[in-house]
Design a binder for this molecule. Structure first.
Ligand code: PAF
Length: 281
């Protein structure tokens, strides 16, 4: 496994692989890898070569967000990637991705204006721009994203379609801790009290999922039950809890089409997200 820092190195290696007719699977990450990322890497081994990027992208963090304290551990990440059979890690410095004079961005309307886009207004422009750049640099056949970031996944699918990008986007299921908490690099911010309290997210998700599976189609009724579970925990504060159309991310009142039920909840200063999708018959 190679770890490279420049765009040219990645392009040269990938060009060689392409000349040999090899297929390439790509997992863009911000590092501090956990089993959620691991599941994407394992899935990506359906290709001949697997590339992982590790880049904490400044452009997707708002001014008051956690860019500086975002957890980083390249050594541990490299070891984990090596064990999982990754062929190449791309770990650029911010100046390599955003050199002096950089002034282009990829902006998306509609899909990025709901859910996380409301509380994180610059976030999805940063995500779309960096993912676009990374896909241009790595030029993979398939790129793998977790369903935990369901809005991000929908936005990237839309961007690839709208901009006629030649890559297949593969979504992979949420990976959870044994007690239900969705795996996230941000879980490391939680103190022990917050870690215990964070279980209200998955409890609410599981209860909501059961309700719709048993036939509940009224969004008001569903959200009341899910909200009650979260609000019983004094350390938890809801940022949003919504049911949206799975394609457009616009709110719905009745579950009469494929939907995403998504939440962001603060435990102290730590903001966690979770969701489930549902397709009615
Ligand atoms: O999901 C993430 O970790 C990031 O948003 C991504 C896709 C790597 C872009 O920086």
């Amino acid at each position: 496994m190679k770890v490279v820092k420049t765009i040219n190195e990645v392009k040269n290696i990938v060009n060689d692989w392409k000349k040999q007719g090899l297929s390439i699977g790509f997992i863009p990450t911000m590092g501090y890898l956990h089993e959620g990322h691991g599941s994407l890497i394992i899935k990506a081994r359906e290709n001949s070569k697997v590339v992982v990027s590790i880049f904490v992208n400044p452009m997707q963090f708002g001014p008051a967000e956690d860019l500086d304290k975002y957890p980083r551990d390249l050594e541990k990440d490299s070891k984990y990637c090596e064990e999982l059979g990754v062929d190449l890690i791309f770990n650029p410095e911010p100046e390599e991705m955003y050199p002096e004079g950089f002034c282009t961005s990829v902006n998306m309307s509609v899909l990025s204006e709901e859910l996380c886009g409301l509380s994180r207004p610059v976030h999805f422009t940063g995500v779309c721009t960096v993912v676009n750049k990374l896909l241009n640099i790595v030029n993979p056949d398939k790129a793998y994203f977790g369903e935990k970031d369901a809005q991000q996944l929908a936005i990237i699918r839309r961007m690839v379609k709208d901009l006629n990008m030649d890559v297949e986007i593969v979504g992979c299921p949420i990976i959870r801790e044994e007690d239900g908490l969705a795996k996230s690099s941000r879980n490391t911010y939680l103190n022990s009290e917050e870690r215990r309290a964070a279980l209200v997210l998955s409890k609410s998700i599981f209860a909501g999922k059961k309700m719709v599976e048993e036939g509940c189609r009224e969004v008001d009724v569903l959200l009341k039950k899910m909200k009650d579970i979260i609000e019983r925990e004094p350390l938890a504060r809801i940022d949003y809890l919504k049911v949206v159309d799975a394609m457009t991310m616009q709110q719905v009142n009745t579950i009469d089409r494929p939907v995403l039920v998504a939440m962001a909840v603060y435990l102290g200063n730590v903001r966690l997200i979770d969701n489930f999708s549902f397709i009615p018959e």
